[in-house]
Design a protein around this ligand. Structure first.
Ligand SMILES: Cc1ncc(COP(=O)(O)O)c(C=O)c1O
Length: 399
């Protein structure tokens, strides 16, 4: 049988993380691969209680269709939260509820991208954003980054010399995959550039609430007075990812366009999940819950960093994130992280090679580790073992 698929299917390949996650489902594997939150922190008892209340008080509504825009009390809560935490000035109509922030990225492609358009992204960037946008036939230009975010002169040079730039995609807080955070100055500069060059920015921020130390920074959106910047957010890392509830926030006219494409995609998000979150927020203190997540992840980050300092060969560099879920490792250029993974999987240790986080490939001497998902003793054992594997590569190559 010859199946005639859409041309976009030729742009798509399986997510490397999803493939590695299949291996990591084996109980003996210590996995630094997925971006998974700690499941023992999911508020299961509270969700059971709240679910029951919602169904008893308003079952008919909770099990019925609702609007595409989403459950209004939830949209109001998100607008207020963003205004308080990120310095935005949103109301309910600026918010569309989506199936995780991932759906907001896919809808972004649907709203903005035609074949041959250019997306500018950080180098490296979130790999599932690359696949979401790529399905719409765009090309990518990677903008070089340092510890403070995109290099603004390089970004401007690209914008000056490139036709058809439609979007700039960034993750300014505790970035996936590097764990880095943009400085305030770069945020302000980017907001100005978005206006000067008339280009939409997607500010993706699923990790911003998970700050372990240091002063919180205003969002890039805070510096945007003209509506060029759209923000995505998520309950996945502060509540639980299984509910698949996230959002996109921005200029009301643009949000209306997202509503149109979401109608075609899935009509709406799960009504019960949205109502359960609102009831949880009414009856429980989410800040206290987030504080618990932060304490756990901070301590796991510290353990991971200490072990890498002690057990990895000295020429290996890694980031020390001030929040979030990830650290980014750079090996000497002669070591390929995919080869390291093959050997480490023999010892039942998994991570994600960094190459797939680069929209145009290369950089095979990098990888990402996640520290949020495992108890500390497993982090210690896993990273010590990985250190031994890495010494093997160093010696092999020197020989
Ligand atoms: C940068 C970034 N954006 C978006 C997402 C999607 O998250 P969700 O759809 O669960 O909100 C993730 C998931 O890990 C992510 O790391």
């Amino acid at each position: 049988m010859v199946i005639k698929c859409a041309k976009r299917m030729t742009f798509l390949k399986a997510s490397e993380i999803r493939e590695i996650l299949k291996v990591t489902e084996r109980p003996e594997v210590i996995s630094f691969a997925g971006g998974l939150p700690a499941p023992e922190l999911f508020p299961i008892k509270e969700i059971i209680e709240v679910n029951k209340i919602v169904l008893e008080e308003a079952g008919n509504k909770a099990l019925q269709y609702t609007t595409t825009e989403g459950y209004e009390p939830l949209r109001k809560w998100i607008a207020t939260r963003m205004n308080t935490k990120l310095g935005t000035s949103f109301d309910c109509e600026n918010i569309l509820i989506t199936h995780g922030s991932q759906q907001a990225l896919d809808l972004t492609g649907k709203v903005f991208l035609d074949e041959g358009d250019i997306v500018l992204c950080e180098s490296p960037t979130y790999l599932a954003a690359i696949s979401a946008f790529r399905a719409y036939g765009c090309d990518f230009i990677e903008v070089p980054t340092d510890n403070e975010g995109m290099l603004i002169e390089k970004l401007e040079k690209i914008l000056k010399n490139t036709q058809k730039v439609k979007l700039i995609y960034i993750i300014p807080d505790f970035q996936n995959p590097t764990g880095r955070t943009w400085s305030k100055q770069r945020r302000e500069q980017l907001a100005k550039i978005s206006k000067d060059y008339n280009v939409i920015v997607i500010e993706d921020n699923p990790y911003g609430e998970l700050r372990f130390e240091g002063e919180p920074l205003p969002s890039v959106k805070y510096f945007d007075k003209d509506g060029y910047i759209l923000c995505t957010g998520s309950f996945s890392k502060i509540f639980c990812p299984g509910f698949r509830i996230g959002w996109i926030a921005g200029d009301k006219e643009i949000i209306k366009k997202y509503v149109l494409v979401k109608q075609g995609a899935d009509l709406q998000c799960n009504t019960l999940a949205q109502m359960v979150i609102v009831k949880y927020l009414e009856l429980h203190d989410i800040d206290k819950h987030i504080e618990k997540i932060i304490e756990t992840y901070r301590s796991r980050r510290d353990v991971a960093i200490n072990i890498m300092k002690k057990s990895f060969p000295k020429e290996i560099k890694f980031t020390i994130p001030q929040g979030g879920l990830f650290s980014w490792i750079e090996l000497p250029v002669y070591i390929n992280a995919r080869d390291v993974l093959k050997t480490s999987l023999e010892k039942n240790i998994a991570f994600v090679p960094g190459g797939s986080f680069f929209a145009n490939g290369g950089n095979e001497n990098t990888f990402r580790i996640n520290f949020s998902n495992m108890p500390e003793e497993k982090i210690v054992f896993g990273l010590e073992s990985l250190g031994e594997v890495l010494y093997g590569f160093e010696h092999n190559s020197a020989a």
